[in-house]
Design a binder for this molecule. Structure first.
Ligand code: PA5
Length: 462
């Protein structure tokens, strides 16, 4: 079971300037939390609430279609190329990095059991794009283009290049190498897909990009590379059932949301560091950074008052960043809440041989790397508390489909609860629109002449 240890965020450990009286706060907020959890579950089916992601653990139909398609194309492709950005890519790459055998793309076809290598193209750097295109055999590449809006400039420009290449290489058969995941009705990609006859999957209504990983956005790539999507969905569903509990003492997502919210608003911890002690979980931090930043970083509350709130997420990796960021975390500004993710049991064991007797390294011999990584997680947590720095620790029993899905879903609920505590709209992102409009203007999109004019004026003075 996923566990949350929040003792090191308590004032008993880190002092009252930097920690909370957690027992007292849970008592103070227990009714508020019960109301939030009950409301989320009560309103999740109401159109326009953007809470349909809470139903993804129950979507048998998507699961069935995804598995059917994956079995149909099994052994046909050497590569799976994902085109998408933000919420359309981060969850997928976090889960694949966590659950595929490490260095998956370097394994032989046999070692991959006939499943394809996977590439997430989530940026538009021409050099890396050209570099990737140089190594892909288009005939053996299945392209999954993912965009809910169907018009995101980055994803659609990637798609236009890739479609053109596929068509030139494969002639009329190129359509078999494309599968599109997008809105069921609206958007340019939907129109193109219908016109051209691509296989399509749907990003459900009222599921925003950053909450979409358990829709076809993630499930399709997961099934295509042979992950156990039934176990993933079982992990989501079990976590959802657990987190329907309105009792704060039983609901770890609500506890962690409250701790983050109060440490930010009462103790000035306006940075949220995510630090898994597992390389396989490293991209969970990237996914979480988007979820936390885009959901909670808002300038207005629900009543339209100016608030300018939101913790800044920071990505870190244990133990690597002990040798990079921990100096700052211990001695720099005391403005962070650090979340450790700790893995109880790794899939494999690595023994350190007893080959040197030097005092400086001899003590390592005969121990395991498994023990070392968790010892370092524990000692860093304790050292941080010596410096009065609050931390919480999430422990997962293993890195597998069930627990990773549960962890991700728990962080989604945590974000939803935090959004209610901050009293903001968790599901919009008005702050990214302005730069998008300027880009459209710079690239000459019709209807953006006014923005182009404003932009030209601003660029002249800045
Ligand atoms: O979370 C979000 O809504 C965003 O990060 C989107 O996922 C991102 O902007 C990509 O949008 P789309 O899926 O429409 O291409």
């Amino acid at each position: 079971m996923l566990q949350l240890n929040c003792k090191n965020a308590d004032e008993k450990v880190v002092g009252s300037d930097n920690g909370l009286n957690i027992q007292y706060e849970f008592e103070q907020y227990k009714d508020k939390i019960a109301e939030i959890i009950t409301n989320l579950n009560r309103t999740k089916d109401i159109p326009g609430e953007w809470l349909q992601w809470m139903n993804l653990g129950y979507s048998e139909e998507t699961l069935w279609y995804v598995k059917e398609y994956a079995s149909m194309v099994k052994d046909r492709f050497e590569n799976l190329l994902i085109l998408g950005i933000g919420g359309s890519a981060l969850g997928g790459s976090a889960v694949c990095e966590a659950l595929l055998k490490p260095y998956w793309n370097m394994l032989s076809e046999q070692e991959r059991n006939g499943y394809p290598r996977i590439f997430f193209l989530d940026n538009i750097d021409p050099d890396t794009m050209n570099g990737l295109f140089d190594i892909l055999d288009w005939e053996k590449t299945l392209v999954n283009v993912i965009t809910k809006s169907g018009s995101t400039a980055e994803t659609m420009s990637q798609f236009m290049i890739v479609k053109d290449r596929l068509e030139k290489e494969l002639g009329d058969n190129y359509r078999r190498n494309i599968v599109a995941t997008t809105d069921k009705n609206v958007g340019v990609l939907r129109q193109i897909a219908e016109q051209e006859g691509y296989k399509t999957f749907v990003v459900p209504d009222d599921v925003g990009g950053r909450f979409s990983v358990f829709s076809a956005v993630g499930l399709l790539p997961f099934a295509l590379v042979g992950l156990d999507v039934d176990e993933i969905i079982r992990g989501v569903k079990d976590m959802d059932l657990q987190l329907k509990n309105p009792d704060i003492y039983q609901n770890i997502a609500a506890q962690n949301a409250l701790i983050h919210y109060l440490l930010d608003t009462k103790k000035g911890k306006n940075i949220s560091v995510m630090m898994p002690y597992s390389s396989r979980l490293r991209y969970i931090s990237d996914w979480y950074a988007q979820l936390w930043a885009e959901s909670l970083g808002k300038n207005k509350d629900k009543q339209g008052n100016d608030v300018n709130i939101g913790q800044t997420p920071v990505k870190a990796l244990g133990v690597t960043d002990q040798h990079s960021q921990i100096q700052l975390y211990n001695e720099g500004p005391n403005n962070k809440i650090i979340s450790f993710i700790r893995v109880e049991n790794f899939d494999t064991t690595l023994q350190i041989p007893n080959i040197f007797e030097y005092t400086g390294v001899g003590y390592l011999g005969g121990k395991t790397i498994n023990r070392l990584i968790n010892a370092e997680a524990d000692s860093t947590r304790v050292a941080l508390s010596d410096y009065c720095r609050p931390t919480v620790t999430l422990t997962i029993p293993r890195v597998n489909e069930y627990y990773v899905a549960g962890l991700i879903y728990m962080l989604e609920i945590q974000t939803a609860v935090a959004g209610e505590l901050y009293n903001i709209n968790t599901y919009n992102q008005p702050g990214v629109e302005q730069a998008k409009n300027y880009t459209y203007a710079l690239m000459g999109r019709a209807g953006y002449d006014e923005s182009a004019h404003i932009l030209r004026e601003k660029m002249a003075v800045i």
